[in-house]
Write a protein that binds this ligand. Structure first.
Ligand code: UT7
Length: 324
């Protein structure tokens, strides 16, 4: 018998305000055509004034708990992936715990920028395998609209706000790739690439929350190379290849990166979950959002083999293989 962290519920939340590409044309030298053709993005959601990352995360968590049939106190731990917390501290995870009315267990944040959900999921899996928790709520939630430089056309048209959540539960498996649950993970980072994607403010630097800065083109090239590599590495650990995969659930940064990665993995685009056109890049929220939307659309079904992969600031990147 092998313990597996099996998905029991999924949920997401998108703020009501939808902003089409054309909304940027009045204030910036950009166009719907440029944004669509270079990134695949058509629209994104922005949080309302006063709406925080923990608000978005709590709504996604409530939907995931409901779909799992669990109450907040049935959960042992909450792990939130975010780079846009409500406050410097406490963690968004403890704020979600409070807002859910959960009176037990423990909660903490994971910060690996756009790869955050992959790191959070791998850590939640490790908590379950180590016997530290039986049921874990894993959330990716962001309000990247708060760290945009609205005068920088090369970044502000790309990002959006949102949240997605999974409920994992420990279950006995056979110990082979037919098991449901997390089957493998591959995590990487390389701090030498800090300047490719960072926020120019912080507590111990200048006391500001700062604005996002990105060298888009070099990052694009890193992403195409590293995402297929990490997805292959995660599959290879359990003796599988791209042809075994039912769905790639990629980080939704750029349609061109997503299709180049799928091509390198020999997976056709009709087996890739795509939400980038509707959500833009929601950083750590993009994969759980894509999972939840993929289930709601009837694409992802129980028993499907999924590979989720992401890269972001750090650089940090990784992939998780799981059977839904
Ligand atoms: O989530 C974390 C990971 N993030 C990523 O993986 C993002 C990776 N990068 C990308 O997605 C792409 O690099 C971008 C979408 C950001 C840019 O696409 P690109 O094909 O790499 O374009 P580029 O940066 O090479 O820029 C091409 C041109 C430039 O003009 P010149 O120098 O050729 O005259 C830019 O100034 O496009 C210009 N440009 C724009 N033009 C109209 C940049 N932003 C815009 C804009 N509208 N919004």
């Amino acid at each position: 018998m092998t313990i597996r962290a099996v998905v029991k519920g999924v949920g997401h939340y998108l703020p009501e305000r939808v902003v089409p590409n054309s909304a940027f044309e009045a204030s910036l030298d950009t166009s719907d055509e440029w944004i669509r053709s270079r990134s695949g993005i058509e629209r994104r959601h922005f949080a309302a004034e006063g709406q925080t990352t923990s608000d978005l995360a709590t709504k996604a968590a409530e939907m995931a708990l409901k779909s799992a049939g669990f109450l907040p106190d049935d959960i042992d731990a909450i792990v939130v992936a975010t780079s846009t917390p409500d406050l410097t501290f406490p963690s968004v995870a403890t704020m979600v715990q409070g807002k859910l009315g959960m009176t037990r267990g423990f909660a903490f944040d994971v910060q690996a920028v756009c790869a955050g959900f992959i790191f959070a999921l791998a850590n939640a899996n490790a908590l379950i395998l180590a016997g530290q928790a039986k049921r874990v709520l894993v959330i990716g939630a962001e309000t990247f609209s708060r760290i945009m430089d609205w005068t920088d056309r090369s970044t502000c048209v790309l990002f959006g706000d949102g949240a997605g959540a999974l409920v994992l539960e420990a279950e006995d498996g056979a110990g082979d790739v037919t098991d449901r649950g997390v089957l493998s993970a591959d995590l990487n980072s390389d701090g030498r690439h800090k300047d490719m994607l960072y926020v120019d403010g912080g507590v111990s630097t200048n006391g500001l929350s700062g604005k996002l800065r990105m060298q888009g083109n070099p990052l694009f090239r890193q992403a195409v190379e590293k995402l297929a590599e990490t997805a292959h590495a995660a599959l290879d650990k359990i003796g599988l290849v791209g042809a075994d995969v039912d769905w790639i659930v990629p980080h939704q940064a750029n349609l061109r990166i997503i299709s180049a990665t799928a091509a390198r993995m020999d997976v056709p685009m009709d087996r890739v979950i795509l939400t980038v056109q509707d959500h833009g890049n929601t950083s750590a929220a993009s994969i759980p959002l894509a999972l939840s939307v993929g289930v709601a659309r009837g694409q992802i079904k129980q028993g499907d083999l999924l590979v989720a992969e992401a890269i972001g600031g750090g650089l940090a990147w990784g992939a998780v293989v799981l059977r839904w």
